[in-house]
Design a binder for this molecule. Structure first.
Ligand code: SAM
Length: 217
């Protein structure tokens, strides 16, 4: 009974925030508040199986599209910047690609919680979790790097990646684009830093878009 009430509540919440509010406001203006909101949501959600399993389902569609877009294989070495306490994206990439993944988070508690989450899914051998800042982390050995939406200092991290990436590195950048496909945050000039090769959008995560960024030659 309690499980069904929680599920119903969560479905309503998702419908209101992602399908109604998220799709109507294609803007980055509220990113600061969304980031805090999701950090808290993940910390609560982690404690309830029903919330964490539904939360993972929300990300399934965008992760599937990102894997196809970047043609990620099991041989790729993947870095995910900003796993969060409830690391849905990282877990899904691991399950879908079978590739080895390193994921980092600037919040030591989130690192601890994510490690526990991966252990419960028997993914601890495939995923290494580290406490680190994406702005300073060494990226030489990675073929694919995910910069997730809730990451702070996105502009600085993209500058750092553009300067330090290898010729063949693929970057997946989660962001919000307007209806014309331009980044809602106009302080980030992705086309100056990278070749924007492709993009996909989520059906379920409101206005989240993913760009495939390659080295500019
Ligand atoms: C990116 S989201 C979580 C993503 C979500 N759990 C998912 O699976 O798609 C929020 C997390 O990013 C982390 N974060 C924010 N800025 C960061 C940075 N510069 N480097 C590493 N982690 C960062 C926050 O501490 C927070 O835990």
């Amino acid at each position: 009974m309690l499980r069904r009430i929680t599920e119903g509540f969560f479905s309503l919440f998702i419908y209101i925030f992602y399908r109604q509010i998220g799709t109507k406001f294609r803007t980055d203006a509220l990113k600061f508040f969304w980031d805090i909101f999701f950090v808290v949501l993940e910390k609560i959600g982690l404690k309830f199986d029903v919330i964490s399993s539904n939360y993972i389902k929300l990300y399934d569609d965008i992760v599937e599209k990102e894997i196809c877009m970047a043609k990620i294989s099991s041989k790729d070495r993947i870095l995910v910047i900003g796993c969060g306490s409830l690391p849905a994206t990282t877990a899904l990439i691991a399950m879908k690609t079978k590739a080895e993944i390193t994921t980092i988070d600037i919040d030591s508690r989130a690192v601890h919680e994510a490690s526990y989450f991966f252990k419960n899914l028997n993914l601890e051998r495939q995923i290494t979790v580290e406490h680190a800042d994406g702005l300073k982390y060494s990226i030489n050995k990675f073929d694919v790097i995910f910069v997730l939406y809730g990451v702070q200092q996105q502009k600085e991290i993209l500058n750092y990646l553009a300067e330090n990436m290898q010729d063949t590195t693929k970057i997946i950048f989660r962001t919000v684009c307007d209806t014309q496909g331009r980044l809602s945050n106009d302080s980030i000039d992705v086309s100056r830093l990278f070749l924007v090769k492709d993009h996909v959008s989520s059906e379920y995560l409101g206005s989240v878009d993913s760009l495939l960024l390659l080295k500019k030659r």
